[in-house]
Ligand binder design. Structure first.
Ligand SMILES: C[S@@+](CC[C@H](N)C(=O)[O-])C[C@H]1O[C@@H](n2cnc3c(N)ncnc32)[C@H](O)[C@@H]1O
Length: 282
């Protein structure tokens, strides 16, 4: 690893603790965007009554809570994340859904504090690519799965396939405001079906299936896109809001111009997004 893994772990934890309030504010938009991904993952693990499902890097636990609804009244879900503040959001959502078969636990996916073969399935949506050592996280995932248990995961496809992230990244980089070094893990680090397959095989998984899903981000206006990006991306938020007011206004105007080609005839922003989804058997 040509980056400082422990420094990455520390800053990741801090960033996600801070990002949680924005994620809670935007949970409905996120749910709508990501629903096809969660549905693919749930179908891939095919939860059965009585089973125990673990969600890793769960954030607000959207996918795990869908599984919990299918497992109720027997069987349940353990929703986990490194960030306590994310789990607070997940707890509120579970209680608003009236779910009683949900446990929550702070866990780091690189060293899962659970016994060998203790869960029937694992879900991890947009988590592994952010970890300092995804190979270890996948080995840990396999260790806690019972033999024959399934993992389902999602990682973003390339930056080029995800202009919602590519254009802001270009804007910052052209202004010399780019974030972490290229070697550090980030949303697009595992944007390759070959790499995901290699990691799953390396962790001992079999029956590997990988697909791409096309998603659409819809925003009422550029303003809406700007606000949601500040809410969801801590790195964008911190870099942009650290600039003097005049420069923030310049960044905003330039980004609005970059996104103009994505404006629909109704004046909405309609931005494509693409994710990889994968499933495999322990
Ligand atoms: C992009 S968010 C995705 C949240 C959720 N899975 C979803 O799809 O909405 C990434 C989440 O991964 C968590 N995370 C990152 N690295 C982790 C690790 N090593 N162990 C546990 N959680 C981690 C973060 O705290 C954050 O909540």
């Amino acid at each position: 690893m040509s980056f400082d893994a422990n420094a990455h772990r520390e800053s990741s934890l801090e960033n996600w603790e801070e990002a949680a309030s924005g994620w809670v504010r935007r949970q409905e938009e996120l749910r709508e965007l990501a629903a096809p991904v969660s549905h693919w993952m749930i179908e891939a693990i095919n939860p059965q009554p009585g089973q125990r499902v673990l969600e890793l890097a769960a954030g607000l636990g959207e996918t795990g809570l869908l599984a919990a609804e299918l497992l109720t009244p027997v069987g349940g879900v353990l929703i986990s994340d490194q960030a306590e503040a994310m789990l607070t959001g997940a707890r509120e959502r579970a209680s608003s859904l009236g779910l009683t078969n949900v446990e929550l636990k702070v866990l780091n996916a690189e060293w899962i504090d659970l016994p060998l073969a203790s869960v029937d399935a694992v879900l991890c949506r947009w988590g592994y690519m952010l970890m300092a050592d995804p190979a270890t996280a996948l080995s840990e995932t396999r260790r806690v799965l019972r033999p024959g248990g399934r993992v389902a995961l999602a990682v973003w496809d390339t930056l080029e396939q995800n202009p919602w992230a590519q254009l802001p990244a270009q804007e910052l980089s052209e202004r010399g405001l780019a974030g972490a070094g290229a070697a550090a893990p980030g949303p697009f680090t595992l944007a390759s079906a070959e790499r995901v397959s290699e990691l799953l095989k390396g962790a001992g998984f079999a029956e590997i299936r990988i697909e791409t899903l096309e998603l659409v981000r819809r925003h009422r206006s550029f303003d809406d896109f700007w606000e949601i990006t500040l809410d969801l991306s801590r790195s964008f938020h911190d870099v942009v809001l650290d600039q003097p007011e005049a420069q923030i206004a310049e960044i905003r105007a330039s980004l609005e111009h970059r996104f103009a080609p994505f404006t629909s005839s109704a004046g909405e922003l309609v931005i494509p997004a693409r994710t990889l989804v994968a499933a495999a058997e322990a």
